[in-house]
Design a protein around this ligand. Structure first.
Ligand SMILES: Cc1cc2nc3c(=O)[nH]c(=O)nc-3n(C[C@H](O)[C@H](O)[C@H](O)COP(=O)(O)OP(=O)(O)OC[C@H]3O[C@@H](n4cnc5c(N)ncnc54)[C@H](O)[C@@H]3O)c2cc1C
Length: 383
């Protein structure tokens, strides 16, 4: 997504694929100890098999590794409830460029004894060391999950719906939004019946958790009815089964979009208050430049994260640079982030100064040169 894992000619690539064991699940501290090469999906399954729930989930679950999730401080679809990886790691083992092993393998939640070193390596994209083991927080398995797909009356209506759900239902675990072009393209690509009419103002995939199926269903129905009466929601389909919920999630995972040629993905952070104006302005500028382009917007409204996938038919350096200039300059005008969850890598490095100050970048350089004075860890990435 940001070229962070793309080596150049002289780099050595290290694979942690065979360091994939789940070493321990500790019921007393509600933690799991894993090697960094375990895939997210394998870790999720191991947690469930032991009666626990891993809060992290994202589209690349079957291929991404816990070490990669940690190094990108991955967010995913349930940040609204469980936070990003930063909130879910209690311990970390890292091999530094000089070969020394820093093991801060803590299971306890409270440990105010000096600098929290593990946080330095979370989101560092492998520029400070190689993560080899981690201890992750576990959560009780939600006993009942309600999923509903809605057509809403736009961003403001979606925000009001989210707040209503948080007040009336409580445990909102996901609130994903999709713009009409995204929705219709993905639904057609997946085939089968369209759960909601196409060309509605906005779509929201909502997941809430509660203690019993009856409680979750009745609370959700009450709030959605209320939202329909207040014109926040135009149409809604509750998932009647786990299978139907998976079909709704497949729409949000959006795999058909990957079939478009020369796809370029953006991962932006914006205040919810600015999202509607930002999308209108950015979309207008992109259409002016590339009238026949595909532009798909979707995101996690609860944490102000907006994704844009664009296909203009080519992805040469000139096109890419023009595209980035348009999107990032408008993002900067709205005081947004050019990378909400995919990191900086190589591709976004020239734009780091749009959302981090000179002083912050100077401190990052000091940390990098103190830990990796020869610049051997993931060279030419981040800073
Ligand atoms: C379909 C899809 C959906 C996604 N959805 C989301 C989403 O919803 N939210 C989100 O936050 N992200 C998302 N991502 C991006 C996501 O952050 C990554 O997929 C994942 O977290 C990275 O894990 P990986 O093992 O694939 O790492 P890689 O892509 O292999 O590497 C990512 C970075 O981490 C470094 N790295 C990897 N392993 C280690 C290690 N053990 N030690 C040190 N550095 C390491 C690499 O050098 C590189 O800089 C998505 C990606 C895809 C392809």
């Amino acid at each position: 997504m940001a070229g962070g894992a793309t080596p150049t000619n002289r780099d050595v690539v290290v694979s942690l694929e065979r360091m994939a064991s789940v070493e321990q699940i500790d019921n007393h501290t509600a933690t799991m100890t894993v090697e960094a090469g375990v895939t997210l999906e394998a870790a999720q399954k191991a947690a469930l098999a032991a009666g626990w729930f891993l809060g992290l989930d994202l589209g690349s679950r079957s291929s991404c590794q816990i070490g990669g999730n940690i190094s990108t401080n991955a967010g995913g679809v349930r940040v609204i409830k469980y936070g990003t990886v930063r909130n879910q790691v209690t311990g970390l083992e890292v091999v530094l460029p000089d070969g020394s092993v820093v093991a801060d393998m803590q299971k306890i939640a409270k440990n105010n004894t000096g600098y929290d070193l593990k946080q330095l390596f979370i989101g560092a994209e492998g520029t400070l060391g190689i993560v080899t083991r981690a201890i992750l927080r576990l959560f009780p398995v939600p006993s009942a999950v309600g999923t509903v797909l809605c057509a809403t009356n736009g961003i403001q209506a979606s925000e009001r719906l989210l707040r209503l759900l948080q007040t009336e239902v409580g445990d909102v675990s996901a609130f994903e939004i999709m713009w009409p072009a995204y929705y219709s393209f993905v639904v057609k690509g997946l085939g089968g019946r369209t759960p909601l009419k196409i060309d509605m103002p906005l779509y929201a995939l909502i997941e809430v958790q509660d203690v019993s199926t009856d409680a979750v269903t009745s609370k959700l129905e009450t709030v959605i009815d209320q939202a329909i009466r207040h014109n926040l929601v135009l149409e809604a389909v509750p998932a009647g089964s786990t299978r139907e919920a998976s079909r709704f999630w497949a729409i949000r995972d959006g795999n058909p979009i990957d079939t478009l040629p020369c796809l370029i993905n953006f991962d932006l952070g914006l205040s919810i208050a600015d999202m509607a104006d930002f999308v209108d302005e950015c979309d207008r500028r992109l259409v002016e430049q590339w009238p026949d382009s595909f532009r798909f917007w979707f995101g996690h409204i609860g944490d102000g994260n907006l994704h844009l996938s664009v296909s203009v038919g080519e992805a040469d350096t000139t096109t890419l640079s023009l595209l980035e200039d348009i999107v990032y300059s408008i993002t900067a005008q709205y005081n947004g982030s050019i990378s909400a969850e995919h990191g900086i890598g190589r591709l976004k490095r020239p734009f780091l100064n749009l959302c981090r100050s000179d002083e912050e970048i100077a401190v990052m350089r000091m940390i990098k040169s103190a830990i990796d004075p020869h610049g051997i860890m993931n060279p030419a990435k981040v800073i």
